[in-house]
Design a protein around this ligand. Structure first.
Ligand code: B16
Ligand code: MG
Length: 189
Protein backbone atom coordinates (compact mmCIF):
# COMPACT_ATOMS: atom_id res chain seq x y z
CA UNK A 1 0.00 0.00 0.00
CA UNK A 2 1.23 3.45 -0.96
CA UNK A 3 -0.04 5.02 2.27
CA UNK A 4 1.55 5.01 5.71
CA UNK A 5 -1.32 6.85 7.41
CA UNK A 6 -5.06 7.39 7.00
CA UNK A 7 -6.63 10.55 8.42
CA UNK A 8 -10.37 10.42 9.00
CA UNK A 9 -12.67 13.41 9.12
CA UNK A 10 -15.03 13.04 12.09
CA UNK A 11 -18.41 14.68 11.39
CA UNK A 12 -19.98 12.87 8.44
CA UNK A 13 -17.33 10.14 8.13
CA UNK A 14 -16.96 8.43 11.51
CA UNK A 15 -20.30 9.55 12.87
CA UNK A 16 -23.24 11.44 11.39
CA UNK A 17 -23.48 14.64 13.39
CA UNK A 18 -24.21 16.97 10.47
CA UNK A 19 -27.93 16.98 11.19
CA UNK A 20 -27.17 18.05 14.78
CA UNK A 21 -25.00 20.93 13.56
CA UNK A 22 -27.78 21.92 11.19
CA UNK A 23 -30.49 21.70 13.85
CA UNK A 24 -28.42 23.74 16.31
CA UNK A 25 -27.71 26.41 13.66
CA UNK A 26 -31.34 26.51 12.62
CA UNK A 27 -32.74 26.85 16.14
CA UNK A 28 -30.18 29.42 17.30
CA UNK A 29 -30.54 31.37 14.03
CA UNK A 30 -34.30 31.64 14.51
CA UNK A 31 -33.72 32.91 18.06
CA UNK A 32 -31.57 35.67 16.56
CA UNK A 33 -34.14 36.56 13.90
CA UNK A 34 -32.37 34.77 11.05
CA UNK A 35 -34.36 32.73 8.55
CA UNK A 36 -32.11 29.66 8.15
CA UNK A 37 -32.42 27.75 4.87
CA UNK A 38 -31.69 24.00 4.79
CA UNK A 39 -29.91 24.26 1.43
CA UNK A 40 -27.10 26.23 3.13
CA UNK A 41 -25.91 23.10 4.97
CA UNK A 42 -23.35 22.05 2.33
CA UNK A 43 -21.74 25.50 2.40
CA UNK A 44 -21.21 25.35 6.16
CA UNK A 45 -19.93 21.76 6.38
CA UNK A 46 -16.38 21.50 7.71
CA UNK A 47 -15.92 25.23 8.35
CA UNK A 48 -15.13 26.11 11.94
CA UNK A 49 -17.86 27.51 14.18
CA UNK A 50 -17.04 31.19 13.71
CA UNK A 51 -16.50 30.83 9.98
CA UNK A 52 -19.82 28.96 9.69
CA UNK A 53 -21.59 31.79 11.50
CA UNK A 54 -20.00 34.45 9.29
CA UNK A 55 -21.06 32.48 6.19
CA UNK A 56 -24.57 32.12 7.59
CA UNK A 57 -24.85 35.84 8.28
CA UNK A 58 -23.66 36.61 4.77
CA UNK A 59 -26.14 34.20 3.19
CA UNK A 60 -29.04 35.58 5.24
CA UNK A 61 -27.85 39.19 4.80
CA UNK A 62 -28.22 39.70 8.54
CA UNK A 63 -26.00 42.05 10.54
CA UNK A 64 -25.19 41.28 14.18
CA UNK A 65 -23.12 43.29 16.63
CA UNK A 66 -19.89 41.83 18.03
CA UNK A 67 -21.67 41.02 21.27
CA UNK A 68 -24.62 39.37 19.53
CA UNK A 69 -22.22 37.26 17.46
CA UNK A 70 -20.58 35.89 20.62
CA UNK A 71 -24.00 35.09 22.09
CA UNK A 72 -25.07 33.42 18.85
CA UNK A 73 -21.92 31.23 18.81
CA UNK A 74 -22.39 30.31 22.44
CA UNK A 75 -26.06 29.44 21.96
CA UNK A 76 -25.37 27.33 18.86
CA UNK A 77 -22.79 25.29 20.73
CA UNK A 78 -25.02 24.95 23.78
CA UNK A 79 -27.76 23.45 21.60
CA UNK A 80 -25.27 21.25 19.73
CA UNK A 81 -23.84 19.85 22.97
CA UNK A 82 -27.34 19.01 24.18
CA UNK A 83 -28.07 17.20 20.91
CA UNK A 84 -24.87 15.10 20.86
CA UNK A 85 -25.32 13.86 24.42
CA UNK A 86 -27.42 11.01 23.00
CA UNK A 87 -24.54 9.69 20.85
CA UNK A 88 -23.19 6.23 21.67
CA UNK A 89 -21.20 3.37 20.09
CA UNK A 90 -24.22 2.27 18.06
CA UNK A 91 -24.16 5.40 15.87
CA UNK A 92 -20.62 4.90 14.53
CA UNK A 93 -20.79 4.52 10.73
CA UNK A 94 -20.88 0.87 9.66
CA UNK A 95 -17.44 -0.60 9.03
CA UNK A 96 -15.45 2.32 10.43
CA UNK A 97 -14.21 0.60 13.59
CA UNK A 98 -13.30 -2.62 11.74
CA UNK A 99 -11.46 -0.64 9.04
CA UNK A 100 -9.37 1.24 11.57
CA UNK A 101 -8.49 -1.95 13.46
CA UNK A 102 -7.46 -3.62 10.17
CA UNK A 103 -5.32 -0.63 9.13
CA UNK A 104 -3.53 -0.63 12.47
CA UNK A 105 -2.89 -4.40 12.25
CA UNK A 106 -1.24 -3.73 8.89
CA UNK A 107 1.05 -1.08 10.38
CA UNK A 108 -0.86 1.90 8.94
CA UNK A 109 -1.15 4.83 11.35
CA UNK A 110 -4.54 6.40 11.92
CA UNK A 111 -5.67 9.86 12.98
CA UNK A 112 -8.73 12.06 13.17
CA UNK A 113 -8.65 15.38 11.29
CA UNK A 114 -11.61 17.48 12.41
CA UNK A 115 -12.32 21.17 12.63
CA UNK A 116 -14.66 20.55 15.55
CA UNK A 117 -13.70 21.79 19.00
CA UNK A 118 -16.06 19.10 20.32
CA UNK A 119 -14.21 16.22 18.64
CA UNK A 120 -12.84 14.76 21.90
CA UNK A 121 -16.28 14.80 23.50
CA UNK A 122 -17.76 13.01 20.49
CA UNK A 123 -14.99 10.38 20.38
CA UNK A 124 -15.50 9.72 24.06
CA UNK A 125 -19.29 9.35 23.64
CA UNK A 126 -18.87 6.86 20.78
CA UNK A 127 -16.06 4.97 22.53
CA UNK A 128 -13.35 5.47 19.88
CA UNK A 129 -10.86 7.72 21.69
CA UNK A 130 -8.19 5.02 22.08
CA UNK A 131 -8.42 3.76 18.51
CA UNK A 132 -6.42 6.58 16.92
CA UNK A 133 -2.70 7.35 17.07
CA UNK A 134 -3.50 11.07 17.10
CA UNK A 135 -6.49 13.41 17.12
CA UNK A 136 -5.98 16.68 15.23
CA UNK A 137 -8.96 18.92 15.94
CA UNK A 138 -10.31 22.37 16.66
CA UNK A 139 -8.49 22.76 19.97
CA UNK A 140 -4.99 22.00 18.68
CA UNK A 141 -5.06 23.95 15.41
CA UNK A 142 -5.41 27.65 14.59
CA UNK A 143 -7.13 27.52 11.19
CA UNK A 144 -9.91 25.09 10.27
CA UNK A 145 -10.71 23.62 6.85
CA UNK A 146 -10.29 24.58 3.99
CA UNK A 147 -6.86 25.51 5.39
CA UNK A 148 -4.59 22.43 5.41
CA UNK A 149 -3.37 22.84 9.01
CA UNK A 150 -5.64 20.17 10.55
CA UNK A 151 -4.22 17.47 8.25
CA UNK A 152 -0.60 18.71 8.27
CA UNK A 153 -0.71 18.77 12.07
CA UNK A 154 -1.87 15.14 12.06
CA UNK A 155 0.88 14.09 9.61
CA UNK A 156 3.54 15.87 11.70
CA UNK A 157 2.42 14.12 14.89
CA UNK A 158 2.27 10.75 13.13
CA UNK A 159 5.72 11.47 11.65
CA UNK A 160 4.47 10.58 8.15
CA UNK A 161 5.12 12.65 5.03
CA UNK A 162 1.92 14.28 3.60
CA UNK A 163 2.42 12.41 0.32
CA UNK A 164 2.03 9.13 2.24
CA UNK A 165 -1.25 10.18 3.93
CA UNK A 166 -4.76 9.42 2.71
CA UNK A 167 -7.60 11.66 3.91
CA UNK A 168 -11.21 10.41 4.12
CA UNK A 169 -13.65 13.32 3.83
CA UNK A 170 -17.30 14.17 3.24
CA UNK A 171 -17.14 17.96 3.01
CA UNK A 172 -16.00 20.34 0.27
CA UNK A 173 -13.91 22.39 2.69
CA UNK A 174 -12.19 19.18 3.84
CA UNK A 175 -11.39 18.08 0.29
CA UNK A 176 -9.84 21.50 -0.37
CA UNK A 177 -7.84 21.23 2.86
CA UNK A 178 -6.51 17.79 1.83
CA UNK A 179 -5.55 19.11 -1.62
CA UNK A 180 -3.76 22.06 -0.07
CA UNK A 181 -1.91 19.65 2.26
CA UNK A 182 -0.82 17.68 -0.86
CA UNK A 183 -2.57 14.57 0.40
CA UNK A 184 -4.76 12.15 -1.57
CA UNK A 185 -8.40 12.31 -0.58
CA UNK A 186 -11.21 9.73 -0.65
CA UNK A 187 -14.46 11.67 -0.88
CA UNK A 188 -17.64 10.20 0.60
CA UNK A 189 -20.65 11.89 -0.93
P1 B16 B 1 -17.72 22.76 16.44
P2 B16 B 1 -15.48 18.01 10.72
C1 B16 B 1 -16.82 20.21 11.43
O1 B16 B 1 -16.35 18.95 11.71
C2 B16 B 1 -18.24 20.19 10.93
O2 B16 B 1 -18.33 19.54 9.68
C3 B16 B 1 -18.71 21.62 10.77
O3 B16 B 1 -20.01 21.66 10.25
C4 B16 B 1 -18.61 22.35 12.12
O4 B16 B 1 -19.01 23.70 12.00
C5 B16 B 1 -17.17 22.28 12.59
O5 B16 B 1 -16.77 20.93 12.68
C6 B16 B 1 -16.97 22.97 13.92
O6 B16 B 1 -17.59 22.24 14.93
O7 B16 B 1 -18.72 23.84 16.48
O8 B16 B 1 -18.15 21.48 17.15
O9 B16 B 1 -16.34 23.20 16.89
O10 B16 B 1 -16.37 17.69 9.57
O11 B16 B 1 -14.22 18.78 10.37
O12 B16 B 1 -15.20 16.82 11.61
MG1 MG C 1 -17.18 16.22 7.77
Amino acid sequence: MKYEAVIFDLDGVIVITDSYHQKAWKTSALEFGIDYKDEWEEELKGLDRRESMERLLKLSEKLLSKEEKEKFLHRKNELYLELIEGLNEAVVMRGVKETIIKLRKNGIKTAVGSTSKNAMRILSLIGLTDLFDYVSYGENIKKGKPEPEVFLNAAAHLKVSPSKCLVVEDGEAGVKAANRAHMDCAYLS
